[in-house]
Design a protein around this ligand. Sequence first.
Ligand code: GLA
Length: 388
Amino acid sequence: MLSPNTPTDSLVSEAGAALLSRYGVSATTVAVAPGRVNLIGEHIDYCDGFVLPFAIQRAVVIAAAPNGTSEIRVATSFDTDGAVIPLGAPQEISDPKWSNYLRGVIEGFRLRGIAVPGFDAFIVSSLPVGAGLSSSAALECAMATLLEGFTGISLGTREKALLAQKAEHDFAGVPCGIMDQFASAFGKADQLILIDCRSTETEMVPFADPALTILVSNTKVSHELSDGGYAARRKSTEDGLAAIGKTSWRDVTPADLNGTEGKMDAITFRRSRHVVGEIARTIGAVDALKGNDFSKLGGLMYASHDSLRDDFEVSCPELDHLVKAARGLEGVIGARMTGGGFGGSTVTLCQADKAQAIAAALVASYEAEFGFAPEIFATRPAEGARLV
Ligand code: GLA
């Protein structure tokens, strides 16, 4: 029932073989960058909050070789026709759509005065697209890492993640926070990444107990054009903060919030209540993890899901079903939706020796309700973007 994770080595070989067959060259530079899931702290990275994601054992791999021209030729396993990206001038949004993540990253290097040489590249991935697992952030971080390799200039992890986030804003039109690109860039095996989204400081939180694992369940649905819903949620939080009269959500107490209930519309109030509650839950979750208090951690995960469903309204019946079904199963510690929502995936923290049985029960229950199966895989926190 658990879908296997393709080992990175196999993805690297696959990308190298595809590069050779598509462009006739052997790879000289190969970059890997993982997707992410978020354990807790949802829709608060753009509110100066704390988030607790980690890099997963599924990744984007780009294999490449210099071509001596002033353009990048790049294809992927789902678009072997590929794209040609001219260098030496400002990048512009163009077709195919997926190439814009690359163009945005190239533009980030250009704006820093770093000259990028021409190369041929092939992209493969073990990350499902549209599953809320940050395949786009992984693509951006893999490209930025590849360009570091080709130019010999290391940006530094934080700078690289911020460059990738700007590519998403300017070339994909998604006003995302910093969580996805930070998780892909800063990932470490057996570590969660606590990100203070106000200071952009990171603290690694160990997650190494082999008795525990994390299941990612992809609903395989995407209900709303997430761009529109996402931007609307972000706007609501800005309206809420303005009505409260503070400049950062980190300075807003529950009392501040309750004092302003009449000063904003009911929807903005509920969105605001999610932000204040989720910041507190994330801090509580880190304390619970450090103190091995898993019943507290699980409770906080369920409370986070409830708040995303009822107050922030970014869940959907498929996500709610998976969380509800997980909740009753032996060996489950906690479950919630993860990522932007409106479809996508849930994250379930559980005992490793029960993972197979839990996955089987979730698949059966989901299939009975919706008529098709979710994809479920287990993952531990994995290494972030790197050259291999
Ligand atoms: C998307 C965004 C992130 C974050 C999450 C919700 O993944 O890219 O920045 O806001 O949604 O937590």
